[in-house]
Design a protein around this ligand. Structure first.
Ligand code: CNA
Ligand code: ZN
Length: 289
């Protein structure tokens, strides 16, 4: 479809799995996922670390974790650069990510093409009722790296980066764009997500009824999301004419490298990765001097 020009409004939906090879653990992979490694924070239950009510009472575990995961310390993966290749060729309608690591920005994808569905570290606000004062990213970053809990200078309440916790609404931008984007989509690629978090997960059902959907993931997921909108890899629910779901079970970097090769883009993908390394090296050099 990409080669023939039939797909030119591609939406990518991504989750933590596209960043695990960068060294950022996902939530749910057994043994290596964040939830499996949160014992040291003595949480009442693992998801508490991203739950707004718990955060109001106990903000430290989140801030300790935020320091570990803070954007800028990791290198984008083959998946991120593959998305940037789609963008460079004018084929990317939008990249919807649940990730808060900003690695798609780091890979060069322009912010207008990205929807950070669960927010990001780019801005921060006071969560005191009736306050909501905004704070710049650098200020927040300094607090996180100095192990100081950020507090509002107006009302003394906690300041939290604008990442979406359980119990909070998604960013306005998400709701502003989904309707038109998914109506215009002609190929959906879903990578590295367990599709367990709503409303993100049910977006797979928002593309047109015959639009091809590809899942690249280590495990088979998304067959029951939404009412009838979930994947139908075996064609059990669909007539032959609309059987349009495909599954690549495995590592998403491997799959993106394979796709790049099949599309004749392998050289470009390698160049993007090399250019990133050079740029970071120059930045580090400039910082040191
Ligand atoms: P999840 O629930 O942890 O699922 C990750 C999925 O990716 C699982 O199905 C894994 O099998 C799969 N997976 C992991 N590594 C690979 C790989 N290399 N190749 C292919 N598949 C792989 O994570 P979701 O993103 O689905 O959950 C939504 C949460 C996770 C969002 O709210 C994120 O904010 C949150 N999160 C983000 C990050 C990040 O920003 N990098 C890290 C951890 C969690
Ligand atoms: Zn305040």
């Amino acid at each position: 479809m990409i080669r023939s020009g039939a797909a030119k409004n591609i939406i990518v939906m991504a989750g933590a799995g596209i960043s695990t090879s960068a060294g950022i653990p996902d939530f749910r992979s057994p043994g290596t996922g964040l939830y499996a490694n949160l014992q040291k924070y003595r949480l009442p239950y693992p998801e508490a670390i991203f739950t707004i009510d718990y955060f109001r009472k106990q903000p430290r575990p989140f801030y300790v974790l935020a320091k570990e995961l803070y954007p800028g310390q990791f290198v984008p993966t083959a998946c991120h650069f593959f998305v940037q290749l789609l963008a460079q060729r004018g084929l990317l309608l939008r990249h919807y990510t649940q990730n808060i690591d900003c690695l798609e920005r780091e890979a060069g994808v322009e912010p207008g093409l990205i929807v950070e569905a669960h927010g990001s570290f780019h801005e921060a606000h006071c969560i005191g009722s009736g306050c909501g004062k905004g704070f710049p990213q650098d200020w927040l970053r300094e607090h996180i790296f100095d192990d100081r809990t950020p507090r509002c200078d107006e009302c003394g309440s906690l300041v939290k980066p604008d990442i979406t916790f359980f119990g909070e609404g998604l960013p306005v931008r998400f709701f502003e764009l989904i309707e038109d984007d998914f109506a215009a989509c002609d190929l959906l690629i879903v990578m590295g997500t367990s599709l367990q978090v709503q409303p993100f997960a049910s977006l797979v059902g928002n593309v047109g009824g015959s639009v091809p959907r590809l899942l690249i993931n280590r495990e088979r997921v998304g067959e029951t999301v939404g009412h009838s909108g979930g994947f139908d890899f075996d064609g059990k629910r669909s007539a032959d004419s609309v059987h349009r779901d495909a599954l690549v079970l495995g590592d998403c970097d491997d799959a993106c490298l394979l796709f790049a090769e099949k599309l004749g883009w392998a050289g470009e993908l390698a160049s993007l990765r090399a250019a990133f390394t050079v740029r970071k090296g120059l930045e580090a050099g400039a910082g040191a001097s």
